[in-house]
Design a protein around this ligand. Structure first.
Ligand SMILES: [Zn+2]
Ligand SMILES: [Zn+2]
Length: 259
């Protein structure tokens, strides 16, 4: 579930000395900095709109995974550099049903790194039990970052490669990036997976789709064996799609059958 919020933003103009500010040159810059940094911190999605509503006053329409995600307690230091100069009120909050649902499971057995093809309006991490998204603002920052740089960039690169594969009539290079566990794209995925697992304290698997990419009738890639270690794949406890999902617990990868 997602919410569309109308934010009423007032800038405390008298408190700002723009000549000595490093990150914003004027008032509009300041409000845009607030929204951009909220996005990079996973507190809002990328598709926001900003309207000038009067002197030192703006309306922002933002889609958020949960209404609470824009609360101050989730801010990072980048958000706070503009937040201290503005007053914000939530004027309206409505459910936006066109977004993927979020996970509400009490106990999550494991997570799956499974980037959607929608850039900036979804989370690349899903619950292994219900298949719904884990909002980014609930995920710890990775690799000593102070925002979700690695996860958002990975999602963008994945979506770009995926799009190129489908638009270029099954290009071999892009297919290899998606299905080969050793490709540059998937090496990045396994690095992120390892870091996520350490930070979240639960197993995190990489999703390696095979059936989806064989829709043109290509032959099996590596059958029921793990493509990484060669051991037999086992059936996932929770089946999230119509294709049978298999996994290798040693290599932390999840894939589908190719038949
Ligand atoms: Zn769940
Ligand atoms: Zn394996």
């Amino acid at each position: 579930m997602c919410y569309l919020l109308k934010l009423d933003i007032c800038v405390k103009d008298e408190a700002i000395d723009y000549a000595n500010e490093k990150f914003f040159a004027d008032e509009q810059d300041l409000v845009e900095d607030y929204l951009c940094t909220l996005y990079m911190n996973g507190q809002i999605y990328i598709d926001y709109s900003l309207i000038k509503a009067g002197q030192h006053r703006y309306y922002a329409f933002v889609n958020v995974p949960q209404v609470e995600s824009i609360e101050e307690k989730y801010n990072n230091e980048y958000v706070n550099r503009s937040y201290k100069y503005i007053d914000i009120k939530i004027q309206e909050a409505e459910k936006n049903i066109s977004y993927n649902p979020n996970c509400n499971c009490k106990i999550i057995p494991y997570y799956i790194l499974s980037p959607d093809y929608e850039i900036g309006t979804s989370s690349p991490l899903i619950c292994g039990k219900c298949g719904n998204e884990i909002p980014l603002y609930k995920i710890p920052h990775l690799f000593n970052e102070k925002e979700h740089y690695s996860l958002l960039k990975y999602q963008k690169i994945y979506a770009s490669v995926y799009e190129l594969y489908f638009q270029s009539l099954s290009d071999r290079f892009t297919k290899n990036q998606l299905v080969n566990h050793n490709s540059a794209l998937n090496k990045k995925a396994f690095e992120i997976r390892e870091e996520l697992e350490e930070k979240m304290g639960k197993p995190v698997y990489v999703d390696l789709p095979r059936g989806l990419l064989n829709w043109r009738g290509a032959k099996k890639d590596y059958g029921e064996k793990c493509p990484k270690c060669g051991k037999n794949l086992v059936k996932c406890e929770y089946q999230l799609c119509s294709d049978e999902m298999l996994k290798c617990d040693d290599c932390r990868l999840i894939t589908d059958t190719t038949e």
